[in-house]
Ligand binder design. Structure first.
Ligand SMILES: Cc1cc2nc3c(=O)[nH]c(=O)nc-3n(C[C@H](O)[C@H](O)[C@H](O)COP(=O)(O)O)c2cc1C
Length: 242
């Protein structure tokens, strides 16, 4: 009898959650549902809390492009993270919106990934780019974000930044899982909202990423859907602060 050899390629998903509130935050609330979908579909997840890392800011010395190609002069957790970042099929950047962008800790981390690229410059699609040292292509980047305010335009500058960054890092941008006033998802009964379809859509999005390498627009729309009028969001936030 002939034996069939089946090769099963498992999608490696590297996730950075940059909320300083770690597993208790609104970012974790939606991220964990999304990752359940990823794992249910067979993806292998490694979740890293950025606040656990010892990461120093980039010094801008370019030694990783001159004397020690591919290697940073600083010694901290980056030495371990560089190969993980390079070999991940998908990188998920999870961040709350902080002053219309990503958290400072996440940006500091991302700046430190330049040793993965060569200092040489090539023209790719008519744009100056530093090529990936490993020559890998086809890897993906996903943004997952929450914000406090009601409007979807609170994500605009962050989404534009991550789209540009994905080209810089030679990763295909898959899309963004976005939830405004995500704090409301932590108290559905108290404020009288129904979130079952959002929870389901988060898991669906994780599954879609692994099975199809994309998100369905209607799934992303459900995750971001209006739950409360803008005025009510403003009043509820105001009632908790001075
Ligand atoms: C320093 C800081 C800046 C913030 N800036 C914005 C902002 O520009 N727009 C917005 O809608 N929410 C903003 N927020 C609210 C957070 O995005 C929101 O509270 C989010 O749910 C926090 O996620 P976490 O619980 O995972 O940390 C800010 C919060 C902090 C602490």
């Amino acid at each position: 009898m002939k034996r069939r050899i089946v090769t099963c390629v498992v999608m490696q998903v590297l996730v950075f959650n940059s909320s300083p509130r770690r597993g208790r935050g609104a970012t974790a609330g939606i991220l964990n549902r999304f990752l359940k979908g990823v794992e249910d579909a067979g993806g292998k997840v490694e979740l890293i809390y950025v606040s656990d890392l010892d990461i120093k800011p980039c010094r801008g010395c370019f030694t990783c492009w001159t004397k020690t190609p591919g290697k940073c002069v600083q010694s901290d957790d980056m030495a371990e993270l560089l190969p993980k970042m390079d070999s991940a099929d998908v990188v998920v950047l999870a961040t709350p919106v902080y002053v219309d962008g990503m958290t400072g800790s996440l940006k500091m981390l991302l700046d430190r990934f330049i040793p993965l690229e060569s200092g040489k410059v090539e023209l790719i699609d008519g744009h100056c780019r530093h090529p990936r040292r490993s020559g890998r292509s086809g890897d993906k980047l996903v943004l997952l974000s929450v914000c406090g305010f009601a409007e979807m335009d609170n994500f605009d500058s962050l989404v534009a930044h991550v789209k540009a960054m994905s080209k810089n890092m030679h990763r295909d941008y898959v899309g963004a899982v976005l939830r405004p006033y995500a704090w409301a998802l932590g108290m559905p009964e108290r404020i009288g909202i129904e979130i079952g379809d959002i929870v389901q859509a988060l898991e669906d999005a994780g599954r879609q990423l692994v099975e199809e390498g994309r998100f369905y627009p209607e799934t992303l729309a459900t995750i971001s859907k209006e739950l409360l009028p803008q005025q009510v969001v403003a009043q509820m936030i105001s009632s908790g602060f001075r």
